[in-house]
Design a protein around this ligand. Structure first.
Ligand code: ZN
Length: 363
């Protein structure tokens, strides 16, 4: 079932998926001349990440690296031998700092002694590590108690975080990617398009001639990228950044083939941007509607995320609920008061009752 069959494209929700099946884990599929889609396994519910390999006359350029595990290294060894046939990696580009993308960044760069490309914000973020040890530190505990979780719930995060912590092998030096930078790779020119909200300064690669967009986690076809506030920046408004990014990505043509980091490549960029915006707008409206009295993040969490399976889900759901709350605070819709250990959020007298979605939806 692999291979492109133009007559039987898989069409769902107005998105079309040219490849009905992904390549087998550890295998590649050519999605454009000289652009290979590598399916790298992950040991999570989300069991894979898509990496992209760009052919160059003297070797290969790699976009994203996989998790820092023996399994990923094994996959890379077989790619070096069987796909690259001994040709070198000339550069490694990493879209953003999350460990499934950047885990083997330094390992690849050191092995081939090649340049490491990343935006400044993502490079810096690789060095911000969650608190280690068995006991949560005071800032971590305080943040989640401010969100309305009990001491017990906060204590349960720590073993989960220790278990989930994968090391990022960060390169010692890097070359900075900025918006609109052009990278010439083989006979293609790729323009850097920066998004924000899922991570601070996420780099995508856009090729105009062949209408290709290597999108990382910035635009995924079915799942929605997490947009979370966490202990490292409690007052942040990543949802504001995310919604602004969705609007800016509309400047790219709808005809691009989107090459995402999870699931499958697809057509239908503008439709997907509209769906993502609608998803967050409906979350914002649901939060406002739920505020019949001032509530904590933990009390509001089930409005957006009614089903939680375990501590990791709870951590992400709290972070994403707070992202929506902080957005509404920045818009002047909500106010925050401290009630004991926890913040309570209520409708402000001016903006709350009249809140409407930020922009018309065009889908
Ligand atoms: Zn990510």
């Amino acid at each position: 079932m692999s291979g492109l069959d133009l007559h039987q494209q898989d069409v769902r929700d107005s998105l079309s998926f040219p490849w009905p099946e992904p390549p087998q884990p550890g295998h590649t599929q050519e999605v454009a001349p000289g652009v290979l889609w590598l399916r790298m396994p992950l040991p999570f519910g989300l069991d894979h990440i898509n990496l992209y390999l760009l052919r160059h006359e003297h070797g290969w350029v790699v976009v994203d690296t996989g998790l820092n595990t023996p399994q990923s290294k094994q996959v890379w060894e077989s790619v070096f031998a069987e796909v690259f046939s001994g040709a070198p990696v000339l550069a490694v580009i990493v879209t953003h700092f999350h460990y499934d993308h950047s885990g083997l960044f330094g390992w690849l760069v050191d092995r081939f002694q090649c340049p490491a490309y990343m935006s400044f914000g993502e490079y810096q973020s690789m060095f911000v590590v969650p608190p280690k040890g068995d006991e949560p530190n005071w800032a971590f505990s305080q943040f989640y108690q401010r969100c309305g979780l009990s001491e017990q719930e906060v204590t349960e995060f720590q073993p989960m975080l220790s278990q989930m912590s994968y090391d990022i092998d960060a390169p010692t030096s890097f070359r900075r990617l900025r918006e609109n930078d052009l990278l010439k790779i083989g006979n293609r020119c790729w323009r850097i398009v920066i998004g924000s909200g899922h991570s601070p300064e996420h780099a995508c690669l856009y090729n105009e001639d062949d209408q290709l967009l290597i999108a990382g986690d910035q635009i995924l076809p079915r799942i929605t990228s997490s947009v979370c506030v966490n202990v490292s920046e409690p007052e942040a408004n990543p949802l504001g950044d995310w919604l602004a990014s969705l609007r800016r990505f509309r400047n790219l043509p709808d005809s691009v083939l989107v090459l995402p980091a999870h699931e499958r490549p697809f057509h239908g960029l503008h439709h997907r941007l509209g769906q993502l915006q609608q998803h967050h707008d409906s979350h914002l409206e649901a939060l406002v509607a739920a505020l019949d009295r001032p509530k904590t993040v933990a009390e509001l969490r089930p409005v957006l995320f009614p089903r939680i399976r375990g501590s990791f889900d709870l951590l992400m759901a709290i972070g994403e609920t707070l992202a929506h709350i902080n957005f509404l605070r920045d818009e002047g819709v909500l106010t925050r008061t401290l009630d004991g250990e926890a913040w309570r959020f209520g409708l402000s007298s001016s903006g709350g009752q009249t809140f409407v979605a930020t922009e018309d939806i065009h889908v």
